[in-house]
Design a protein around this ligand. Structure first.
Ligand code: 5GP
Length: 140
């Protein structure tokens, strides 16, 4: 499948539609997942147009991991998470639903099961507050 430049994440990257942004640098953007599987669920994207791991430039993969590591620190501190999962899907059969590469940074809390993947929208005000907390905890 060819990369679709009008996929929802490409449009967020271009600023055409809003997102609850927490961090941005030259190569990556991080924002809140609109249908979080746990409080603090954050997505990290490369700014290059890659659909999945197979067409992602290795230097951009490194940049995504670096930002993902920072996001893991930030969500752990902001939400006092007991653990953090980094997850990434490639292809519909693997569970990918948006076809611009992204890394899920998912805080885990003892005794609290994950919500379903891309199932139910969170309230915007809640996501904005979570984004604010993550921005405040982002490592220097
Ligand atoms: P995938 O299934 O491709 O790994 O993950 C796509 C993720 O993007 C899902 O977790 C879903 O909740 C999230 N998502 C889908 N549409 C939007 C959107 O318009 N804005 C944001 N912030 N997240 C989205």
């Amino acid at each position: 499948m060819a990369y679709d430049p009008n996929n929802i994440f490409a449009r967020i990257l271009r600023g055409e539609i809003p997102a609850w942004r927490v961090y941005e640098d030259e190569r990556t953007l991080a924002f809140m997942d609109a249908m979080p599987q746990s409080d603090g669920h954050t997505l990290v994207l490369p700014k290059s147009p890659a659909e999945n791991i197979f067409d992602l430039d290795p230097a951009m993969a490194a940049a995504v991991i670096q930002t993902g590591q920072q996001a893991a620190h930030a969500v752990r501190q902001a939400f006092k998470a007991d653990g953090v999962m980094l997850v990434q899907y490639n292809g519909p059969v693997a569970g990918q639903t948006v076809f611009h590469f992204h890394l899920h940074v998912v805080p885990r809390y003892a005794g609290i099961p994950l919500l379903g993947h891309a199932r139910s929208m969170a309230e915007g005000a809640v996501l904005e507050e979570h984004a604010r907390r993550i921005r405040a905890a982002w490592p220097a």
